[in-house]
Design a protein. Structure first.
Lengths: 709, 107
């Protein structure tokens, strides 16, 4: 509407009464209106438009200046922004008809009135199209929504309205186009911000804060008083100071408070210029001063809205963040607790320490998976067997968590019970498999079991487990990768194998679980190769330290997706005074002298002289002579291992060759004589000949020699 | 071998051959020691083998003594082995029951 002209004809009466608002309220207007509903909407729009126009004219008339803000522009804009598009025609018809009617009544020509009506229809339509196309239902608490509200409804719409209105005015006898355009634009933009914003802000926004509190009331009252003082009490240009309240409202209270504060200031400004006729700003005409003040009010109102939306979004974001943080923290705590339980269970089920003796050094390391779901299942154990042997097992129950840990515990118990009496690793695995079959929980497990004797014979069998690695003190690491069979899955008929490996003194055997070598997206050969390299470099370390460093070097970091077990078993050498004696000699006659010399010095170190020395030299010599005579072809002699252990009141002797008895000399009565001597002097004499060699073992009493009769 | 495992010292007091074996007798030198002793007999009627200071002797030494015994027996030579019961050789020879077929003296 063209306020300048309207101001001249304000005395005209308008029928302002219309029906009350629908019961459901303005913003929950039903999607489908009956014809009665449509008429009602038309009447509501027409009535509020007319009232707004009258108020605006009243202020203009009383002040003798331009209007401060054009109230109907805000009313139409708010209706469009709040109602579904199907109702827009009704709203626009109401606004257009009312505008035209009022203009006609105010003495404008028909063409002018039509032009003004068109302007007041096009203006809110453009704004609402821009806003609703971009963001749907307007929510002034959202930054993006505020931006489109400003661009569409506050700037673009009124600009179009001003263009049409000023054009129509000019065309049909009006004033300067630019002046009219500027007045129109500014007045309508302010109307949309202050009135439209106030109405829209009360819509369905999640930010429902209002000024309904003491500080809020103080802010409103303070803004009104300060504005009134700036307008009337002084002619200094300080209206902007009172506008700060709008921005404060945005920061502290949200978009509704911004709209209310801006409205309060705008109304105060309007009333001030109506009631007071003095200078507004020193040195400026009242018209210019009002123009400046209007621009200031408009800018501050917009700024307030933007600030409110920004503050709201930040708060939302931080609330969202803290909510998700809290949730994550709770979940994490839960996981941590379960992780801890599984871990404690796992650790409780694993041996606290491995057995040690003069012949073996053992160390183990268990690293639980960092993920709770992955903990559990890896296990190891060692058991002391007779004749100075030890059994070592490492296994992995497939599956994770508390269930796997308990399965592991059952399997370990079964192992300990079986291993005491079972001489054969192969049969032990078969028994373990049978046991697993009787336990519902243990679906699938792998294990490798080895029996290591003091002489360095490793008898082992593997059920789907990665092969142990042997690290000789000198020479390259090698895999103990025979005797492979399927994993344990409760099928005792699965054929099992076992094999024997020779372990040199000072060698270290590395048993481990797949977690040590497996990496996602990497073939297992790469991991095995890495183990060979890294373990090889650590072979001279103490087993404990070796395990520790190996785990680190293998890249078992804090983020593991599987358990890791490493067990290192070192077969000790006997170079120093020691309870045990071990010597590997070529099985040739001339080596026997060296054997006796070594034996004598060992006996001396252990203060075993006299009869026991004679007995041992004789019997060990006989056993070795037999090996020299019979174990190997003459041109390809092999090794003969002599191992002695001092036990309570006797010395245990084992003489091992790795050949097949050739009978290259027919039994001539003297081989038998040597054996007779051994039998006579020793106790528990036995000779076992297998495919891979012959082991002679017996005991020589320390105190009461059989020889001395 | 720089130093022989066993040393065989022979003397011929009268019609006897007196052989003192020191060191050790095992599979590596048993036959050699036996041959050396046989060589040292010459025309003696009595062979005395002193093993009392022998450091080690095993079944190979017993075999050697046994074969030596058979050999000299056929030539009508008398054999006497000096091996005190508490000496290394004495124990082994008695253990092998050689004292049943051969004269073993305490020295």
């Amino acid at each position: 509407m063209k306020t300048q002209h309207a101001a001249e004809q304000i005395g005209e009466d308008l029928s302002a009464d219309g029906p009350a608002l629908p019961e459901k309220g303005l913003w929950t207007w039903p999607d489908r209106l009956g014809s009665g509903g449509t008429v009602a909407l038309f009447i509501v729009v027409a009535t509020t438009y007319a009232i707004g126009a009258r108020l605006a004219f009243a202020l203009i008339v009383s002040s003798g200046l331009d209007g401060v803000f054009f109230i109907p522009a805000g009313i139409t804009a708010a209706f469009l922004l709040r109602l579904p598009r199907r109702h827009w025609a009704t709203v626009l018809l109401g606004a257009g008809v009312t505008e035209a009617a009022m203009d006609l009544a105010n003495g404008f020509t028909f063409a002018q009135s039509l032009g003004f009506a068109a302007a007041n229809v096009a203006e809110p339509l453009l704004g609402a199209l821009i806003v609703t196309s971009a963001i749907g239902v307007l929510d002034l608490a959202r930054r993006k929504h505020v931006v489109f509200f400003i661009v569409g409804s506050v700037l673009a719409g009124p600009a179009l309205g001003a263009l049409i209105g000023a054009g129509a005015d000019r065309m049909f006898g009006g004033d300067d186009f630019l002046a009219t355009f500027g007045q129109w634009w500014l007045g309508d933009a302010l109307g949309v911000v202050i009135v439209g914003g106030s109405i829209v802000a009360w819509g369905p926004s999640p930010d429902r804060r209002t000024l309904g509190s003491l500080p809020g009331a103080a802010l409103l009252a303070g803004s009104a008083v300060l504005t009134g003082y700036a307008m009337i009490g002084t002619d200094l240009p300080i209206v902007f100071m009172s506008l700060i309240g709008i921005v404060v409202a945005g920061v502290v209270f949200g978009p509704r408070a911004v709209a209310m504060t801006a409205l309060t200031v705008a109304v105060t400004v309007a009333l001030s210029i109506s009631l007071f006729s003095g200078d507004l700003i020193v040195g400026l005409t009242r018209g210019t001063a009002l123009l400046i003040i209007k621009i200031e009010v408009g800018l501050f109102a917009l700024a307030g809205l933007v600030v409110a939306a920004e503050a709201h979004e930040r708060e939302l974001a931080s609330r969202r963040a803290s909510a998700s943080e809290l949730r994550a923290a709770l979940i994490e705590k839960d996981r941590q607790q379960e992780h801890e339980i599984a871990l404690r269970l796992q650790r409780a089920l694993l041996p606290s320490e491995l057995l040690q003796d003069d012949r073996f050094r053992m160390a183990a390391r268990y690293e639980a998976a960092s993920d709770m779901l992955e903990v559990g299942g890896d296990w190891y154990d060692s058991i002391r067997l007779d004749r100075g042997r030890v059994g070592i097992v490492v296994g992995d129950v497939v599956g994770h968590g508390i269930e796997a840990a308990t399965s592991m515990g059952r399997l370990r118990s079964a192992f300990a019970a079986l291993a005491i009496s079972e001489e054969s690793p192969m049969r032990l695995l078969t028994e373990l498999d049978r046991f697993a079959g009787t336990q519902g929980g243990t679906a699938f497990a792998t294990a490798v079991y080895g029996i290591l004797d003091p002489v360095g014979e490793l008898r082992y069998a593997s059920a789907g487990h990665p092969p142990p690695l042997v690290l000789p003190r000198h020479g390259s690491p090698y895999w103990v990768d025979g005797a492979r069979s399927q994993p344990l899955y409760g099928e005792s008929r699965t054929p099992r194998r076992e094999a024997v490996a020779r372990i040199e003194p000072d060698s270290t055997i590395i048993f481990y679980s797949d977690g040590l070598v497996e990496r996602r997206g990497e073939p297992i050969e790469v991991g095995l190769g890495r183990l060979e390299t890294e373990a090889g470099a650590l072979r001279n370390l103490d087993p404990d330290e070796l395990c520790r460093q190996l785990v680190t070097r293998m890249g078992v970091g804090s983020e593991r997706n599987d358990d890791v077990v490493v067990v290192a078993v070192r077969l000790l050498s006997l170079e120093s005074p020691h309870r045990d004696f071990r010597l590997d000699i070529p099985a040739v006659p001339t080596e026997l002298k060296r054997l006796r010399d070594e034996l004598r010095s060992w006996l001396k170190l252990n203060q075993l002289t006299g009869q026991v020395e004679t007995d041992l030299l004789l019997t060990v010599g006989e056993a070795c002579s037999n090996a020299v005579r019979h174990a190997y072809p003459e041109d390809r002699p092999g090794l003969c291992t002599v191992a002695l252990q001092i036990e309570e009141d006797h010395v245990r002797v084992r003489v091992i060759d790795y050949g097949t008895w050739h009978e290259r000399a027919k039994p001539d009565g003297y081989t038998g004589r040597g054996t007779d001597i051994m039998r006579s002097v020793s106790s528990d004499f036995s000779r076992e000949t297998g495919a891979d060699g012959t082991t002679v073992s017996f005991r020589i009493p320390i105190k009461h020699s059989k020889l001395k009769r | 071998m720089s130093e022989p495992l066993a040393r065989v010292d022979v003397s011929h007091p009268g019609t006897a051959a007196h052989v003192v074996v020191t060191g050790e007798i095992d599979i590596s030198n048993g036959e050699d020691v036996g041959l050396q002793i046989l060589d040292s007999i010459e025309d003696a009627r009595l062979l005395v083998i002193d093993l009392s200071r022998l450091g080690f002797i095993d079944s190979q030494g017993i075999r050697m003594i046994h074969e030596l015994s058979s050999s000299v027996d056929g030539r009508g030579i008398e054999l006497e082995v000096v091996a005190p019961a508490d000496s290394v050789a004495g124990q082994v020879l008695r253990l092998a029951c050689l004292d049943e077929t051969i004269t073993i003296t305490e020295g």
